[in-house]
Design a protein around this ligand. Sequence first.
Ligand SMILES: *Cc1c(COP(=O)(O)O)cnc(C)c1O
Length: 287
Amino acid sequence: MITALAGPQDVILGDALNHASIIDGCRLSGATYKTYPHCDTAALAKLLAALDLEGKKGVRLVVTETVFSMDGDLAPLEDIARLCHTHNALLIIDEAHATGCFGPGGHGLAAHLGITPYVTVAVHTLSKALGGFGAFVTGSELVYQYLLNVARPFLFTTALPPATIAAAQAALDLIEQDPSRITELQRKAAFLRTHLKALGFHTLQSETHIIPLLVGESTTALRMAELLREHGLYAVAIRPPTVPMGQARIRLSVMATHTQQDLLFAVNILEKVGKQLKLLQERICGE
Ligand SMILES: *Cc1c(COP(=O)(O)O)cnc(C)c1O
C-alpha cells in the first residue's frame, strides 16, 4: 500500500516504534523515511514545519501504528491527524492491534475517536483479534480505486482463499452483534494491568489489551517465560531486535473470553515468578 502511495520524490515520517512491515514498505517505496521519537507530536510538528520551509515538491505522509504492538500504548492520533491536516500530509495508520479491539464494530482507534475522515488509509489485519489470516485496507472511494489500480503487490498476488475470507466475515459479524466484547476486553485488560502494577511490575505506558512486563535482559525474559509455562501460564518473551536493547519483556495479551478467575490465576503465577526473579519494584516487594 505504501509503495503505491509514495515514491522517491516523497517524504514519509514515521513513529520510531513502527512495525517492521511499515518500515519495509517505506523502504520499498524509495521515499525518504524519517522517524520521530515514539508518540512525540512536538517532534513530528517540527519535522513537518521543516518540510514546509523547504517547499520541495512531493507528497508528505505520516505513518503510525494506532495500538503499538509491543508496548500496548496508543498513538496520540487526534494530535497527529490535526498536524497532518494543517501541514497537508497524508495520514496512514496501521490498526493491526486495534481492529476488533476498539471502536464501534471493532473498526479501530480512528473510529473510536471519530476521526476516520482525517485518515487517508488504514490497514487492518485479520490475524490478530479476528483470529484469521490476511489483511484489508480502508479509505475513501478515491483511495480505494487508486490502490486497486496501482498497488502492484496487491494486483499481482492471488486473492485470499474464500474460506479465509468467510472466517474473517464471521469474526466481524460476531463483533458487530455483540459490542460488549470490546468493552469487556478493555475492562478485563484494565483489571489485569491494575493488579500487575500494584504488584510492582513495570507495564510501560500500556493502556490496552497488550500488557508488557518490562524485564530488561533477554536471558531473564526467556527464563521468566519458561517458569510461567511450568506453572501453566503461556506468555511470550519478546527480545531485541523486536524491542530495543535492554528492554526485553514478557508480553501478555488479554482476550474478551478470559474470565476473572483466569486473570487472577495469571496474577498469582506472575507474582510468584516475579518475586523469584526479583522483578517486582522494591517498595511493593518489601511489604
Ligand atoms: C502483526 C502486525 C502486522 C502484520 O500482520 P500479519 O497479519 O501478521 O501480516 C502489521 N502491523 C502490525 C503493527 C502488526 O502488529
